[in-house]
Design a protein around this ligand. Sequence first.
Ligand SMILES: NC(=O)C1=CN([C@@H]2O[C@H](COP(=O)(O)OP(=O)(O)OC[C@H]3O[C@@H](n4cnc5c(N)ncnc54)[C@H](O)[C@@H]3O)[C@@H](O)[C@H]2O)C=CC1
Ligand SMILES: CC(=O)N[C@@H]1[C@@H](OP(=O)(O)OP(=O)(O)OC[C@H]2O[C@@H](n3ccc(=O)[nH]c3=O)[C@H](O)[C@@H]2O)O[C@H](C(=O)O)[C@@H](O)[C@@H]1O
Length: 406
Amino acid sequence: MSDKPRVVMIGLGYIGLPTAALIAKSKTQVHGVDINQTVVDTINRGEIHIVEPELDEAVSEAVKEGYLKASTKPVEANTYLIVVPTPFKDKNEPDISFVEAATRGIIPLLKEGDLYIIESTSPIGTTEKMMGLIYETRPELKGKLFIAYCPERVLPGNVMYELVHNDRVIGGIDDNSTEKAIAFYEEFIEGDLHKTNARTAEMCKLVENSSRDVQIAFANELSLICDKAHINVWELIELANKHPRVNILQPGCGVGGHCIAVDPYFIVADYPMESKIIGTAREINNYKSFWCAEKVKTAKLQFEIKHGRKPKIALMGLAFKPNIDDLRESPAKYIAQKVLQNANDEEYYIVEPNIENHKVFKLTYYQEAIDNADIIAFLVAHDQFKNLELSREKVVLDFCGVLNLS
Ligand SMILES: NC(=O)C1=CN([C@@H]2O[C@H](COP(=O)(O)OP(=O)(O)OC[C@H]3O[C@@H](n4cnc5c(N)ncnc54)[C@H](O)[C@@H]3O)[C@@H](O)[C@H]2O)C=CC1
Ligand SMILES: CC(=O)N[C@@H]1[C@@H](OP(=O)(O)OP(=O)(O)OC[C@H]2O[C@@H](n3ccc(=O)[nH]c3=O)[C@H](O)[C@@H]2O)O[C@H](C(=O)O)[C@@H](O)[C@@H]1O
């Protein structure tokens, strides 16, 4: 067993578990903590509870070699990483209660010289707040701990690669904390490690995702304008992007996932007067989902008037983005819920090729839906939906450009 610092990783989800496995790979003993007993048991069997390429081998090896163990309670270590959820509450206010609970859980274990790092996406000032909480409970440790914030930037689906190769931004509550955290990450990260302070690092994460949200909002706004102007928005963007300094993103049926659709609110909640573009981008991206649902309803009515019968409608995709099975904050799911409200289930085919069963939606195989539907609404540009043969009689609503991008 190694003499390197023992690490406690609190939160063993989409980010905490891959990170724990990566640290364990460098022969550092990692103690993973999760409040979910099923998660803990699964990991201790060397198995995983989430879908992420290459994670199963990494966890199985780390557990087999004895470098990764999980439990529901933290143990004494030298380094503590907080990687728990940071959702939002009503009125789009950030909820840091998980970070606080995780921090409270380790306060009794802390000793002089320990390193405490928050990786959870957090509103500005969270690291300072947690420092306050720690020193309020353990005043004898004041100034004797290293405290830092280091946001995670990995893209789901490519986590094992990006964990190692992405650059990281590391901000301590003082220079010594930053240096100590850099020395820790240097052990297993190959990307460049950029030094800053905790508040800037917190803001940096929020800004990265807000920037993407704003850029997608621009594309979604264009799609609304182009719909009225009878211009193919996909062709338009492709042409505009031929300019050497223009790079417009793709419109879709809204922005989903528990990061880009959430994190910008962490800025807006604290700085509502100053964050006009960020707030408006959120509104545009949310509105785009509503607009798509209304388009489906209108197409249905028009069909009924024209043909004197109710159409069969296929909703293609439920996930929050292409080729994944994650439905968190999914605009496609929102649209499906919206159009199914007060509708007869029999009128709809719901298709999600990355999921076998869903507890609310009855799922249909995509080819069956395509063959039998009168109206086909593409909500997510899954690979399976590309290059499909569609009869000319069908009404096609391509909200995600899957037919144009094929
Ligand atoms: N999933 C992603 O793509 C990315 C997520 N992030 C951020 O990383 C943080 C974690 O996200 P995920 O790993 O996706 O969340 P997750 O929901 O997959 O996992 C979090 C885990 O923490 C556990 N947990 C909650 N409270 C706890 C506590 N007090 N003690 C111990 N365990 C506790 C939960 O049971 C869960 O297993 C969030 O702040 C998120 O915004 C950042 C970059 C990418
Ligand atoms: C700045 C950035 O690229 N952040 C990444 C993002 O991951 P996520 O999977 O949520 O991002 P994404 O692929 O842009 O998808 C978000 C949403 O935006 C939509 N989307 C994306 C690109 C585009 O041109 N048009 C569009 O409509 C997607 O369909 C999806 O609904 O958020 C992650 C996070 O913070 O959890 C972060 O680690 C990732 O690096």
